[in-house]
Design a binder for this molecule. Structure first.
Ligand SMILES: NC(=O)c1ccc[n+]([C@@H]2O[C@H](COP(=O)([O-])OP(=O)(O)OC[C@H]3O[C@@H](n4cnc5c(N)ncnc54)[C@H](OP(=O)(O)O)[C@@H]3O)[C@@H](O)[C@H]2O)c1
Length: 323
């Protein structure tokens, strides 16, 4: 897979490629027995992922901070497919209190949880701190998903054990993980405003998404847990994600239109990694255009992944103590 297959849509060894859509890659798969939780499922790639997983009969829970958009997303999905099982719950990933309250509400529903899709994200934001005083792109894209995943792990482990069905965690990363601060994650300067770069902070958070999936995968294998964790780059898709860089992105697209995808194509890799039987037992890998690809060498650094895990735990603890 490379630029040629990206442009031409030529399939890779999985049988799918950049032009495959989420419906193509899940064709014939029956997800009736699966419950899926997707963050940021009210718009963009997340909404299409939720729609297609519901089309394959999964019970889909959309976790979103904007409940109006989430209810509208549900309405659109059900309008198209009246048997769709879709629920919406409020979640703000930039707030530890909101994540804890979300998990309490989710647990109160007493549902199983087979698949967790850590999809929500923000990009290229001006410097800002979250409710818990953590740089906003790191807080939303990585730390929120780190805490959410940890709080849902027991539920996922129990579901996998009781049902015998492999659990799957999919982290939405980006090719932008390659463009980060020196050393990958700047543990000692996570909130430093004077050296803040909106682009590198995004890259750092997307690198953290891969390291997080890899460390989860390592822990699951060590514990013998029947859950996989992988990360994906969905491609380049014009969505609300670009709102802080709309002019730049439109300009870039003029010269690079041949490598951009539409939203159904953008949701394909997530749906493939979440549902496809080809990937049974495949874990700790990174996917582009529905095919496994090597991420950057920093993203493969196991020590960095462990350090990020410990650092994230400490950040959550200190933020929780302040609250
Ligand atoms: N589009 C691309 O070209 C591209 C490329 C590489 C990677 N990705 C990754 O793909 C994922 C989905 O992006 P997208 O393109 O579909 O963008 P999008 O349409 O903007 O979707 C992102 C979703 O995340 C939600 N979100 C943002 N902050 C949140 C928070 N604090 N709590 C809960 N939800 C929050 C947004 O909700 P609001 O509407 O309330 O903001 C939105 O529903 C992201 O992780 C992104 O980094 C996208």
């Amino acid at each position: 897979m490379g630029i040629f297959s990206l442009i031409t849509g030529m399939p890779g060894s999985s049988g799918f490629g950049s032009s495959s859509t989420a419906e193509d890659v899940t064709h014939g798969i029956d997800a009736t027995n699966l419950t899926v939780l997707i963050t940021g499922g009210a718009s963009g790639i997340g909404l299409e992922t939720a729609r297609v997983l519901a089309l394959r009969r999964a019970h889909v829970i959309i976790a979103a901070r904007n409940m109006k958009a989430a209810n509208e997303a549900k309405r659109l999905i059900v309008e198209d497919n009246e048997t769709a099982r879709v629920d919406v719950l409020k979640l703000d990933l930039a707030s530890i209190a909101s994540i804890r309250s979300f998990v309490d509400k989710f647990n109160a529903l007493d549902l199983p949880l087979n698949i967790l899709i850590n999809n929500a994200g923000i990009m290229f934001c001006p410097y800002q701190l979250s409710d818990d005083e953590i740089e906003i792109q790191f807080a939303t894209n990585h730390l929120g998903h780190f805490l959410l995943t940890n709080l849902l792990l027991e539920k996922m482990k129990k579901t996998a054990k009781d049902t015998g069905i492999e659990g799957r965690i999919v982290n939405l990363s980006s090719i932008a993980h390659q463009y980060t601060y020196k050393g990958g994650i700047r543990f000692d300067k996570i909130n430093d405003e004077s050296s803040y770069s909106d682009k590198k902070a995004y890259g750092q958070s997307k690198l953290a998404n891969i390291l997080h999936a890899n460390e989860l995968s390592r822990r699951f294998q060590e514990e013998g847990v029947n859950i996989t964790a992988n990360s994906v780059h969905p491609g380049l898709i014009m969505t609300n994600l670009m709102k802080h860089s709309a002019l730049l992105m439109r300009f870039l697209k003029l010269f690079s239109f041949f490598i951009w995808k539409d939203v159904p194509q953008g949701a394909a890799t997530t749906c493939y990694v979440a549902l496809h039987p080809n990937l049974k037992g495949v874990t700790g890998k990174y996917f582009i255009d529905c095919n496994e690809m090597p991420p950057s060498s920093v993203a493969k650094d196991q020590t960095l992944a462990r350090n990020l895990w410990d650092f994230s735990n400490k950040l959550v603890r200190s933020a929780s103590n302040k609250a």
